[in-house]
Design a protein around this ligand. Structure first.
Ligand code: SF4
Ligand code: ZN
Ligand code: ZN
Length: 332
């Protein structure tokens, strides 16, 4: 973990340090930290988003990069850095997109931050709500969860995020279609990645890990490829960079988050990092290695991709999880 405040000098310049990177042994001031975040993001963006000199489509329209934003710090940093790094390219259009889950006291103020940031950066902002997608708002979903558990064994023990994660994924797919996006950028940071890898490993789900973004080298059939330029940057550094850069972002947490599997994984990853600095990097490196070993897995992944018989979205089942959940909701 990184200590938040330190009285040390920056390891790179005479300024006072604001953050200690335990995993690298460096103290960083606000400016050097921001430079490092930008540099890492730029390097990943170049690796994950391979654009020709002129990325326009044959019909002259620009290449469209949809940046999924939530109003939180990660996506605020992602959008501002993408605009900073490739925003001047006339052949690329950057669009900010937000999924509105319908969570009282959380989504509205966070979406206002997302709109404000997009406006400041001169980026078009689009959104889509769960109701527009045909789902109930998350607050209603949560109120119906006990009844759904009574009616369906599969719904027993599910947490709000189990539903929300599935619906949000459909929301992002719908946003990609709505904006004709060629690529979608997500704000996952190093902690998010390490947590996802750990959760998939403990479920024995290697394939799900292999399917994690970036999809640069292994696009998934029927899905707008995702990139994750912040994946090597720890959450705390992104937070510090967002504060130093005075980006508008919402500080609150989702009221439905407590109890989710990810919360447990978050604590485990934080503990692991504290005991063995560099553990998060190690988990992500492991995934890279697994992905490399799985290199010929494209055939396996694609052969398993089917279309949902109800909504036509890509799924590994006959009826996708979103449609199954939608049915449970209508019955509850
Ligand atoms: S914490 Fe869970 S319920 Fe809340 S927005 Fe995230 S996925 Fe949805
Ligand atoms: Zn410095
Ligand atoms: Zn479906």
């Amino acid at each position: 973990m990184c200590a938040a405040i330190s009285v040390e000098r920056c390891s790179k310049c005479p300024s006072q340090s604001i953050l200690y990177q335990v995993y690298s042994g460096q103290h960083l001031c606000g400016k050097c930290l921001s430079d490092s975040v930008r540099k890492k993001t730029s390097r990943e963006l170049r690796k994950q988003l391979i654009l020709p000199k002129n990325a326009r489509h044959d019909d002259g329209t620009p290449f469209r990069l949809l940046v999924a934003i939530s109003g939180g710090k990660d996506s605020a940093v992602l959008l501002s850095l993408i605009v900073d790094i490739i925003g001047k390219r006339r052949d690329v259009e950057i669009i900010a997109g937000c999924v509105d889950e319908g969570i009282d006291g959380y989504r509205k103020p966070s979406m206002e931050c997302a709109i404000e940031l997009s406006k400041t950066l001169g980026i078009k902002f689009v959104s889509i709500s769960y109701s527009e997608l045909g789902y109930e708002e998350m607050d209603t979903v949560v109120s119906k969860m006990p009844r759904m558990s009574e009616l369906h064994d599969e719904a027993k023990g599910m947490m709000p995020c189990s539903f929300c994660g599935v619906f949000r994924r459909q929301g992002l797919n719908a946003l990609a279609r709505k904006t004709n996006a060629d690529i979608m950028a997500l704000g996952h940071n190093l902690d998010d990645m390490a947590q996802s890898i750990l959760m998939n490993l403990q479920k024995g789900d290697i394939e799900r890990s292999v399917r994690l973004a970036p999809h640069t080298e292994s696009p998934l059939e029927g899905l707008t490829p995702r990139i994750v330029p912040l994946r090597w940057i720890p959450e705390q550094e992104i937070h510090a960079h967002a504060v130093v850069s005075k980006l508008p972002f919402f500080h609150g947490d989702c009221p439905h988050a407590p109890g989710a599997m990810r919360q447990l994984s978050r604590d485990i990853v934080a503990d692991l990092e504290e005991q063995t600095p560099g553990a998060r990097h190690g988990l992500l490196h492991s995934l890279e290695e697994i992905r490399r070993l799985y290199n010929n897995s494209n055939d396996i992944i694609i052969s398993k991709a089917k279309k949902c018989s109800i909504c036509n979205e890509v799924t590994s089942r006959e009826i996708c999880q979103a449609c199954t959940m939608k049915k449970w909701l209508s019955e509850a």
